[in-house]
Design a protein around this ligand. Structure first.
Ligand SMILES: Cc1ncc(COP(=O)(O)O)c(C=O)c1O
Length: 430
C-alpha cells in the first residue's frame, strides 16, 4: 500500500501522525473511518492560493456528496469555501454546520418542489438549474413567494470524460443538464433568462469523475467559453460565471496516475483567461467543484480481521468486521483499493488474500487477490483512500450499524461521528 504523508512505519507498526492504529482501534472500536484534518486544511488552502489571479473571482465549491458530516461542514465554513449540495438534506447539514447559505450551489436533476422551497427560504446563493422543466417550476415557486433567485444552467458541453479517455460528442444520453447541441438550446436559455424571478448568471458543466487527462478539462473550458460567447452575441445576455465542475482524478492503486492539482489550477485559470480574451467574454467569476480530490487521500478505514478461510479451490479469504456497508464502491463499480496489516507493517507480503466483508452478499469484497503478510484473527487491516464516497454511501444492509469517524489534527484524535447503536437504526420505526 502506498503510504500517505501522515503515515509512518515504526517497529512493525503503522502509525497515523504518531498514533498507533492499535490505540485508535482500542479507543474507538472498528470499523473506523479516520480522516486526516491537518492535510485536508493545508490542501484546501493550497488549492485556494493556486486559483488566485488578477482576472476574475474564483471559488472552490466542495462537492458534499464526497463526504459530509457536521465536522466537515464546520471545516468548510472555517476555510471560507463554498459547497455543492444536491438535496435539502445536504443544504440542511451545511447550514447547521455553519456554512454561509450564500456560498451554496444547489444541483440535482430532479429537485423536488419542497427542496426548491427549502433552498429559497434558506437563502441558498445559487441554484444550478438542470433542465427547462425545472426552470419553469422554479419560476412558478418564486412567483408565489415574490422572490428572485440567482441561477446557473447546467450544460453538457459535448466533452465526456472518464478516467483516461474522453470523447467529444454531440450525442449524449446523460440524465444531467441540457446539451449545447440541442437544437432548441437558445430558446431554452432565452426563456430562462427572461423569467423575471431568475437572476441568470451563467453556466455549469461537470464532465465526469476520476478524470486523469488535464486536456479534457481544458477542452471543456474552451467549449463552454465559446458557447457562452455565442449566447451573449445571439441573445444579448451577460454571462458572468462559469462553474467547471469537479472530477479531478485521485490515487487508489498503482493504475491511477493523477495530475497534481496545485500545479494544474494556475494553468487552468490562465487557459480560461486566454480563451475569454480570444472570445471577448468578460467573466466575473470562475468556480470549480472538487469532491474526491479534496478528501479521498485524507480518509482511511480501519478493520479488525476476523475469520480466515481457504476454499477447496485454494482461494484465501480474509474477513473483516465491515465491508460493503461502509464501502460499497468495489461492489458497485469494481473500485480498487490498497490495504496493509498495521500491526505487521514491515513484514513481507507473501500471501494472496481476497479481503471480504461480513454482509450476506458474495459481492461483498473490498479487494480481490491482494498480497499481505500472513494474517491472523485479531490483526488490524487498514484500507487507504476511503475519504470520498464511502461514509456518504454507507448503508444499514443486514442491520449493520454505521461506523464511527474520527479526525486527526496535528497528532490529536477526536470523535466526529459516533458509532451507531442498534437503537439508532430503529429510531424511526413505529
Ligand atoms: C455536479 C458535480 N460536481 C462535482 C462533483 C464532484 O466530483 P468529484 O468528487 O469526482 O470531484 C460531482 C460528482 O459526481 C458532480 O456531479
Amino acid at each position: 500500500m502506498r503510504l500517505e504523508s501522515y503515515q509512518v512505519k515504526e517497529n512493525n507498526q503503522l502509525k497515523h501522525d504518531g498514533i498507533s492504529y492499535e490505540v485508535l482501534a482500542e479507543k474507538y472500536g472498528t470499523p473506523l473511518y479516520i480522516f486526516d484534518e491537518t492535510n485536508f486544511v493545508q490542501q484546501v488552502k493550497k488549492y485556494k492560493k493556486a486559483l488566485d489571479n488578477p482576472y476574475f473571482e474564483t471559488q472552490i465549491l466542495f462537492a458534499s456528496k464526497a463526504l459530509l458530516t457536521r465536522a466537515i461542514g464546520q471545516l468548510i465554513a472555517q476555510l471560507g469555501i463554498g459547497q455543492d449540495v444536491v438535496s435539502a438534506g445536504e443544504i440542511y447539514t451545511a447550514i447547521e454546520s455553519g456554512v454561509e447559505p450564500s456560498k451554496l450551489y444547489f444541483h440535482g436533476n430532479n429537485k423536488l418542489d419542497d427542496e426548491l422551497i427549502f433552498a429559497i427560504e434558506n437563502n441558498v446563493g445559487t441554484i444550478v438549474i438542470d433542465n427547462r422543466s425545472e426552470a419553469k417550476r422554479l419560476n412558478a415557486i418564486l412567483t408565489t413567494q415574490a422572490k428572485r433567485q440567482r441561477v446557473l444552467l447546467r450544460l453538457n458541453p459535448g466533452v465526456e470524460a472518464h478516467t483516461h479517455e474522453y470523447i467529444k460528442t454531440a450525442h449524449n444520453d446523460s440524465k444531467f443538464g441540457e446539451s449545447v447541441f440541442d437544437l432548441t438550446i437558445k430558446e431554452v436559455i432565452e426563456t430562462l433568462a427572461n423569467y423575471p424571478t431568475l437572476d441568470f448568471a451563467g453556466f455549469h458543466c461537470h464532465i465526469g469523475s476520476q478524470v486523469f487527462e488535464e486536456q479534457s478539462f481544458l477542452d471543456s473550458a474552451t467549449e463552454m467559453i465559446a458557447f457562452a460567447k455565442m449566447i451573449e452575441d445571439n441573445l444579448a445576455i451577460n454571462i458572468k460565471e462559469i462553474n467547471f465542475g469537479g472530477g479531478f482524478g485521485v490515487y487508489y492503486t498503482e493504475e491511477d496516475q493523477p495530475f497534481d492539482l496545485e500545479t494544474f489550477l494556475p494553468k487552468f485559470v490562465q487557459h480560461v483567461y486566454n480563451k475569454t480574451q480570444e472570445f471577448d467574454l468578460k467573466l466575473e467569476k470562475v468556480t470549480i467543484e472538487p469532491g474526491r480530490s479534496l478528501v479521498n487521500a485524507m480518509g482511511s478505514t480501519l478493520y479488525r480481521i476476523g475469520d480466515l478461510k481457504t476454499t477447496t479451490s485454494g482461494k484465501n479469504y480474509l474477513f473483516v468486521d465491515g465491508g460493503m456497508t461502509d464501502n460499497i464502491r468495489p461492489a458497485l463499480y469494481q473500485a480498487k483499493y490498497e490495504a496493509l496489516i498495521t500491526n505487521k507493517a514491515e513484514e513481507t507480503a507473501d500471501t494472496i488474500y481476497t479481503i471480504a466483508g461480513k454482509a450476506c452478499e458474495s459481492g461483498d469484497k473490498i479487494i480481490n487477490d491482494y498480497p499481505l503478510p500472513k494474517a491472523e484473527t485479531g490483526d488490524l487491516l487498514l484500507v487507504n483512500g476511503t475519504g470520498a464516497y464511502n461514509y456518504t454511501m454507507a448503508s444499514h444492509y443486514n442491520r449493520i450499524p454505521k461506523p464511527a469517524m474520527i479526525h486527526i489534527l496535528n497528532g490529536v484524535d477526536r470523535l466526529t461521528v459516533k458509532r451507531e447503536s442498534f437503537a439508532d437504526m430503529m429510531r424511526n420505526e413505529l
